[in-house]
Design a protein around this ligand. Sequence first.
Ligand code: BES
Ligand code: MN
Ligand code: ZN
Length: 504
Amino acid sequence: MPSTLKIIFNSLIQPKTGACVIFVGDDLVIPLGLKKLIGTSAANALARAMTAENFKGKEKAALTLLAPPNMVADRLIVIGTGTAKDREKTDYVNLGGAVMGRLGSAKQATILFTGPNGWRVDGQAAADLSLGIRLRAYKFDKYKTKKKDDNGASEGADSINIALGDVAAARKLAKVSESLAGGVIMARDLVNEPPNVLDPVEFAKRAEVLKALGVEITVLDEKQLAKIGMRALLGVGQGSRKESRVVIMKWNGAPNKKGPKGAPLAFIGKGVCFDTGGISIKPSGGMEDMKGDMAGAACVVGLMHALASRKAKVNVIGAIGLVENMPDGNAQRPGDIVTSLSGQTIEIINTDAEGRLVLGDVIWYVNEHYKPSFMVNLATLTGAILVALGNEHAGLFSNDDTLSERLHAVGQVTGERVWRMPLDKNYDKMIDSKFADMKNAGARNAGSITAAHFIKRFVGETPWAHLDIAGTAMSSPETDINKSWASGWGVRLLDRLVADYYEI
Ligand code: BES
Ligand code: MN
Ligand code: ZN
């Protein structure tokens, strides 16, 4: 659910009711200006509490003083910023998340964003802080009928004041953070939604909401997809009672549409709303997680939301293939041969290797129709990528060094990290088929790489990157900025890629 959290920016003021948050370094010094704001009695009580609790001001460590003497605020929370070296590379998004996590039962909070010497407390830092706060505040509890805790209070602050010097800059930059948070939250909501609610038709409807932001949307139904010739995609959905869909989203934000630079960027997502495996059915343990097999598509929609709502100066195509993979009397069989939109034929070896079939058709379509300057696709494609990289990196497969380096760089900045994996003709051979141009599954080994090679056969010469997000999009360890099952992984990464390298 989109949070109703209000964040406002003010100049440094006397904290009001609720919680008051301040920052200290590892020297535990409370600067004179800050002492004046919170009052000497509270500052002295805090100094005693820090000693009593052996608080050392380590990065993100926190100490709470309840009912601080002579303060209106009913709790004073001190957060450590670590050593001078730590402070040089503070991640303000994560810090925002950590602060949000320390507010306890306070309904309101004032963050006195002033700090130890040499610590950035500018508008961008404050905007990043607000992004982390919003992401941490996210909860998916729409299906819980009892939302209150044991004391009858629903947890979480609903109004936060960030008090700082450069209010004007913070307000302006925080609008961008809010767009970004909106995109991440939209992606998380889609991934968390149960599969009986979020089928391909409903998913397409939710994408259509982006029309309100000025995104052009085309929804292709099964009849249109058959006419176009997306038989690989349709084969995956043919065992489901739910109809398949492809959604094309266009954001035309570049000021000058003419010229060779006018070619759009393209982002393509796997949207398998539920993956039972089909006739090659999966074991039942953990199968419920396969409601998240549309996380690639969710990321693309969240990204389009972020770009459109911050009016990014760039032309972008978002395309998602939406299907449900079910066993059925009409389901696709191992041994079937399908003709993809590209004209290449595919022998189905395993109906559980369905994501690549969906992506192959959508990627071919996007490349032919929009001649994009690059294509990035996202997919919860293989269990094998979890074996290789765990939850820490998404697998990156690419035919282009520049695009790969850029993705790697923005991964380091946003914390949504990628790790490049190899592609070469010896792996590619592993998906040659006895009966058709290719088969949809190789042998057991190198499963993520052969999956990437399958997709590559639908890419042509266009610069392309495939991100295998099976380990990062869902069910990954909780962090300071995410306590939800779905992470919304990729929205911040790709927004940053666009902002840093492609906006005019
Ligand atoms: N959606 C799965 C991959 C997956 C696994 C995503 C775990 C998230 C968590 C994909 O469609 C799949 O089933 N892949 C198979 C491919 C195999 C049959 C060649 C796999 O990884 O086992
Ligand atoms: Mn599968
Ligand atoms: Zn799948």
